[in-house]
Design a protein around this ligand. Structure first.
Ligand code: RFL
Ligand code: PHB
Length: 389
């Protein structure tokens, strides 16, 4: 098989890149190790920045997002029960869109299937060869048969545990990482959301987040110790703990019910440098991880692939290397800015086992500064809704 760009991974990064390249008339094959149903079964992100919404519209995969997504003008912060609304629209003139990653993935998959572009699901033993030269190859097994794809470029869109970053020699890559001593226990439930907007809550017992997928489906998270097991959390235990951590008047309105999904996600900040190795590009979670507190992971993935698609378009149209050379520095600048913001929101809102009374007073001072200063709120709003230089 031969293609111009081999895309490893059919998550949001791979599928969005596939669509961007298709629009530019560049041939690509997506190679995914899981089945399409498995990919769609993962419950992940829920918030799209304006620039992600604009890109999905531009790509013509917006019909359902525009019909079912919920535009939000702001979010609520709760600190030991004290509430503060951050009105994005009033502060920076932008909004976000609540629309699940599952739905984005579904829309992109459908568009790809309709266009007849090639995707290979359930590929095993995926391996990347010769990305240092001009003729990279990707090999894999499918239904017991060995296959090989010759290509010009390889896009590593295969998430944190993928093969792309792992294919790079250890001395060619630097890793910057912080693993937090806690995770998020998330629950999905078919009940009305407790509030119209998301509520990010700090509490001495730990962080909590009230989010949603629609007007009838809610998503809630609570901070739990890294050692916690999901089996230890009955639905009732989850609801009791959530109620303890949010403002009591809001807690009274909480509509509980049987969970339809429950899982624990560890929290990590992670950056690989650089993100290009010859003709191999890392994108999305393959290149970086943020804790979910700033709702950034999916949006970063979409940003990376739009930069990459621009670089590849320039290469094929003008035989110019300029965009390819600029890929790593451009992506890393956005990555570090977003890492800083996600780290900051995480340290403001979570309870850290070792921070002591001094650390807790500093968190309170940070919240009080937000309450007192429009400029501080504006900075939060600018970053949350997506800051681009
Ligand atoms: P993905 O989604 O992990 O997709 C990678 C794909 O590659 C496949 N793969 C391979 N394919 C072939 N060969 C191999 N060797 C392969 N190894 C892996 C995988 O099967 C998969 O299909 O990465 P991508 O595309 O970079 O997308 C990144 C986002 O998924 C991620 O950043 C977000 O979900 C993060 N995130 C959030 N982001 C937001 O922007 N807003 C949010 O509100 C938000 N909330 C969240 C989140 C992530 C969470 N978890 C579970 C980590 C909430 C949570 C709880
Ligand atoms: C979600 O709804 O899953 C969600 C929303 C906001 C975040 C993280 C996750 O910051």
């Amino acid at each position: 098989m031969r293609t111009q760009v081999a895309i490893i991974g059919a998550g949001p990064a791979g599928l969005t890149l596939g669509r961007l390249l298709e629009r530019a008339g560049i041939d690509a094959i997506i190679i995914e190790q899981r089945s399409a149903d498995y990919v769609l079964g993962r419950i992940r992100a829920g918030v799209l920045e304006q620039s992600s919404v604009d890109l999905l519209r531009d790509l013509g995969v917006n019909a359902r997002m525009d019909a079912e997504g919920i535009p939000h003008d702001g979010v609520e912060l709760s600190f030991d029960g004290d509430m503060l609304r951050i009105n994005f629209h009033e502060l920076v003139g932008r909004r976000v869109m609540v629309y699940g990653q599952t739905e984005v993935t579904h829309d992109l998959m459908e568009a790809r299937a309709a266009s007849g572009a090639r995707s290979i699901y359930e590929a095993s033993d995926v391996a990347i060869h010769d990305f240092d030269g001009e003729r990279p190859r990707v090999s894999f097994k499918k239904d017991g048969q060995h296959h090989e794809i010759e290509c010009d470029f390889v896009a590593g869109c295969d998430g944190f545990h993928g093969v792309s970053r792992a294919s790079v020699p250890a001395d060619a890559i630097s890793i910057f990482e912080r693993v937090y001593p806690f995770g998020w226990l998330g629950i999905l439930v078919d009940q009305r959301p407790v509030a119209e907007e998301l509520i990010y809550a700090h509490h001495a017992r730990g962080f909590a987040l009230c989010s949603m997928r629609s007007h009838t489906r809610s998503r809630y998270y609570i901070q739990v110790d890294s050692s916690e097991k999901v089996e230890n959390w009955s639905d009732d235990r989850f609801w009791d703990e959530l109620r303890n951590r949010i403002n009591p008047e809001i807690a009274e309105r909480l509509q509980t019910g049987a969970s339809i999904e429950k899982s624990i996600a560890p929290l990590r900040s992670f950056v690989a440098e650089p993100v290009r190795f010859g003709r191999l590009f890392l994108t999305g979670d393959a290149a970086h991880i943020v804790p979910p507190t700033g709702a950034k992971g999916l949006n970063m993935a979409i940003h990376d692939v739009s930069v990459l698609a621009g670089a590849l378009e320039e290469f094929y149209a003008e035989r110019s290397q300029a965009g390819i050379e600029a890929y790593s520095p451009t992506v890393l600048e956005n990555t570090w800015r977003t890492e800083r913001f996600s780290w900051w929101m995480t340290q403001l809102l979570h309870t850290f086992p070792d921070s002591g009374d001094f650390g807790r007073r500093i968190q309170r001072a940070d919240f009080d500064y937000l309450r007192a200063s429009r400029i501080a709120r504006q900075s939060l709003a600018e970053n949350y809704t997506g800051f681009r230089v």
